[in-house]
Design a protein around this ligand. Structure first.
Ligand SMILES: Cc1ncc(COP(=O)(O)O)c(C=O)c1O
Length: 418
């Protein structure tokens, strides 16, 4: 049988017995990837668990009601009847999809209304929305940085920022997590080189729950002539007196050049956005390929984000409940003797350490009726595997109490605490 025939077999995923797979087949790595199937077979696969229903702090999986921790519905708005009503109300006007890119046939009055409202909320000149936050990060970073420019990214930044930096033609430098001496060392080393500088940081880090050291970052940016971009996916609607995120939390809104965010967390929708000076937003609008060459955000998702923004602006009680729940979770987990890696927010990592032990821990929680997911390398450093927990505003103190009981029982059972 010719090599060509073999390739056809393997491309169909058949790789029939007795027929050697070509070593240079691009699918070779996929045929060799068996780890996930093995974990499923062993009953220790924690990902892609299908949920049949979700209500407040609980979900239903395989007919069983479980307490969920680790989701990003921080303000608990996904079940708010006003959001559901907003989604169905625009259906009559716009139907199910824009079926076009914003650039061409997909811009709705509703997109522009949301952009005006976002700019107003963040007290910025302008805003632009994207089909997802991930695409927004790609669009902003790749549009604004050219060949001579240098981007400085915190090592713990979200993957979308790394991919945005890679998509751009600029040079990527990584600094140690929240280590501003390291950032300064890199900025100083590049001083005198041509091109612009952009410091990009998560506002709240999605795995550790740390808050970025924005006051120091802003100070360094001033000193070295860099622009500051904050990905506030986990902080919009959560931090700051009015929910305007990490810059508001530190009183530094005038010092941060761009805030990029997502509608997939506190806004209980899907989509992304950037806010900042009109000229910069206009530039991204006309140069951001992941903005231009993709279908526009559907009207229903825009309407939901608009309604959520209205609630964020007028009902601080959701944010306040979230803060209380976050404190109960953080303090409860620490009091049990777990290491929460210095979490400062509603995201509370629970350090377990070795990968296998972390998966066993996850399994123990799952059997106790707690829906959660472990974060293993390469998502976290080797030997530092965690269970990522978080709460939303709709978790009741009793639910958080049951969560803590389960952590205590599994932690004692596996000898992680006690
Ligand atoms: C810090 C951070 N940035 C960006 C994103 C991407 O947002 P989206 O879900 O809207 O694509 C996420 C989502 O996981 C995130 O956690």
């Amino acid at each position: 049988m010719s090599d060509h025939t073999n390739l056809n077999h393997t491309m169909k995923g058949l790789a029939p017995e007795g027929i050697p797979v070509r070593t240079d087949d691009i699918f070779g790595k996929a045929f060799g990837f068996t780890r996930a199937d093995e974990a499923i077979e062993a009953g220790i696969y924690p990902y892609f668990k299908p949920i049949s229903e979700q209500h407040g702090g609980t979900v239903k999986v395989d007919g069983r009601k479980m307490i969920i921790t680790g989701s990003n519905d921080y303000l608990g708005l996904t079940q708010d009847p006003r959001l559901e009503k907003a989604a169905t109300a625009v259906f009559d006007r716009y139907g199910t999809s824009c079926t076009g890119s914003r650039y061409l046939t997909g811009t709705l009055e509703l997109h522009e209304e949301l952009e005006r409202r976002l700019a107003g909320f963040f007290r910025d000149e302008a805003a632009l929305t994207f089909s997802t936050g991930f695409l927004g990060m790609l669009a902003v970073l790749s549009a604004l940085t050219g060949r001579q420019d240098i981007l400085y990214l915190d090592r713990e930044n979200h993957a979308s920022l790394y991919d945005g930096a890679r998509l751009s033609f600029g040079t990527l430098r990584k600094y140690r997590h929240n280590d501003l001496d390291d950032l300064e060392r890199l900025l100083a080393r590049d001083a005198g080189k041509a091109g612009g500088r952009m410091i990009v940081t998560d506002g709240v880090f999605s795995m550790s729950g740390h808050i970025a050291d924005l006051p120091e970052i802003v100070e360094l940016a001033r000193r070295y002539g860099a622009r500051v971009v904050v990905d506030d996916a986990h902080a919009t609607g959560v931090l700051g007196e009015s929910g305007r995120g990490t810059p508001e939390h530190f009183g530094l809104e005038d010092e941060v050049d761009l805030v990029i965010g997502t509608f997939s967390k506190s806004f209980a929708s899907v989509g992304g956005f950037v806010t900042g000076p009109r000229s910069v937003i206009n530039y991204v609008k006309h140069h951001g390929r992941p903005f231009i060459f993709t279908a526009a955000l559907p009207a229903m998702q825009v309407a939901v984000a608009l309604q959520a923004l209205e609630i964020m602006e007028t009902e601080p009680e959701h944010r306040e409940r979230l803060a209380r729940n976050a404190e109960q979770l953080r303090e409860g987990i620490s009091a049990l003797g777990f290491d929460t890696l210095g979490s400062q927010t509603q995201i509370v990592p629970v350090l377990i350490g070795p990968d296998e032990l972390t998966v066993m821990f996850w399994k123990g929680l799952w059997e106790a009726g707690i829906f959660t997911t472990p974060a293993l390398p390469p998502g976290v450093p080797a030997g530092q595997s965690i269970i990522r927990t978080s709460v939303n505003a709709n978790h009741t103190p009793e639910q958080i109490g049951r969560l803590l009981e389960a952590f205590a029982a599994v932690g004692n059972g596996l000898g992680v605490i006690g």
